[in-house]
Design a protein around this ligand. Sequence first.
Ligand code: C2E
Ligand code: MG
Ligand code: MG
Length: 548
Amino acid sequence: MNSLIRRVNKNSRTSLMKFLLISILIVSIVYFVYITGGTKMVFVQLLYVPIILSALFWGALVGLFVGMVCGILTGPCLPLDVANGIMQSPINWISRMLIFSFIGFITGYMIDRINKLNAERQERNLKSPFYEELPNAQKLLHDIEQRIELKESFKLISIKFTNLHEIEKYVDNKLVFDIVKSIAKKLTHSCGRKAIYSYEKDELIVLACNNCLEGYEDSIKKVLDHYFSCPVSMQGYKIRVSLKVGIYVYQGEEKSPIEIYNKARIAYEQGEVKKSGVYYYDVNLENKRREIHNITGALLESIDRNELFVMYQPKIDLANNKISGVEALVRWKRNGTDLIGPNIFIPIAEEIGFINKISEFVFDSVTTQAQIWKSKGMDIKCSINTSVNEFIDDNFTAWARDIITSKNLNRSDFEFEITERAIAYNDKKLIEKMYFLKELGYQISIDDFGSGYNSFKSLSEIPFDKLKIDKYFIDRIYKTEIAEMVRHFIEYAHTFDKIVIAEGVETEEQLNILKELKCDEIQGYYYSKPLLPEDLEEFYIKFNQDRN
Ligand code: C2E
Ligand code: MG
Ligand code: MG
């Protein structure tokens, strides 16, 4: 508001300055004409300067008016010859007044025309090349800039059509324009025509004032539901449109309009790749993205630079008090110094499609290590963590089939761990691959069991040998209801003759409760942290000595 007042004040100050300039010019010229001898002198022509200037400043009508004023001021009151007191004939000064007015008017008219043409061209430049009735990206950025200058708070809503490319490719190009236009029209009803911009062919933006967003959001959600939940009939086709909406609330911290626009875009990109929905900008997710970009390049080089290595954490069989096997856990020493945990880089590797290379590296390292242990007479079974991508990749499963034979090892000494979450999300192909690997002789275990995706009912359809209870339950096993749940898991798995392992056991108390609950195996810091191969050998020897 203050800056609006400032702007109005500034404009009226400029107009006042112009008015004073013109007035002073006219008065000085008229006076100059008088003292130089009257209107017979050429100096009277100097009045064209204020006439043309006022036409430039205020247009045709003001030009005409100033021309008339100048004509009258140099008319009946101003002599033709001051020294000899000769007055002008009316025809003389009236003709001059008409010429002054004509010049003032015609100059103003031409300037008005030029300004109008310029404004039209500018307006055309601010229209979307795709949807002519909507303003474009340039206009959006300009309007955002204005709101920043006026220190107004606002929200930017980006509506992205995520499957237009496919519709265009497989159905019809024109249909794409019709879909976007129809959605823009629907939004226009609730948000107003001026609030909707077309940024790209597949992206609409709503620039909303902060306090009127409630209604906007509801109408956007309505549009979204209408277009996504049921197919839209258009030109005889039934189309399913996929939309993602990102909302960024401007709180005055960034300066550039493009930065603000990017935040709204980041907001919708936060949504899972194919899911329609409304997403608010979250700074933590943006930081995570930055971190991903930061380490992605380095991760791709990690194998060639020998920065990955595998550690082994022992698992203890309680009934026989012996080491039942080890879990292979990959580590990344970036630049040879910074240790980055798998919880950070494995999800990134999955996202960028590098996970299969890491898995091959891990599997290769583990099988090579198993050969070494075998040659030393150490009987150690190894489990390897896997992600869905590699499980369903035919190349990986074929490779997993051949590598064991080529290294002269037994498949039954190796186990693939796959998380319950991955199974809950996935389908037939994954289950088929699990059967395939199991038939080849590998063991399969369900990792992080119970971690929020309890797929108990489908467990009977899944081929597996072991159930690994998530650390979440072990941390809370002192609570009766959690202990009861764990008992339930264990009894359920035992009815299928499956083995149950507790992950993340750190204390003797946890161990004793788990023993009571008839858990089969234990893995956790209570026995050992993940170890390098040489340390694992030492642990193995010592454990077996203590046992005997
Ligand atoms: P996970 O498979 O559930 O592995 C168990 C994690 O718990 C490991 O963390 C292990 O170091 C940690 N842990 C074990 N016992 C304890 C304990 O008593 N206390 C505590 N606080 N932690 C314990 P890590 O090594 O950081 O691995 C994290 C996750 O990264 C793994 O969870 C697994 O999902 C994934 N991961 C590790 N290596 C690989 C790999 O080679 N391939 C794939 N795809 N994923 C891997
Ligand atoms: Mg695991
Ligand atoms: Mg686990």
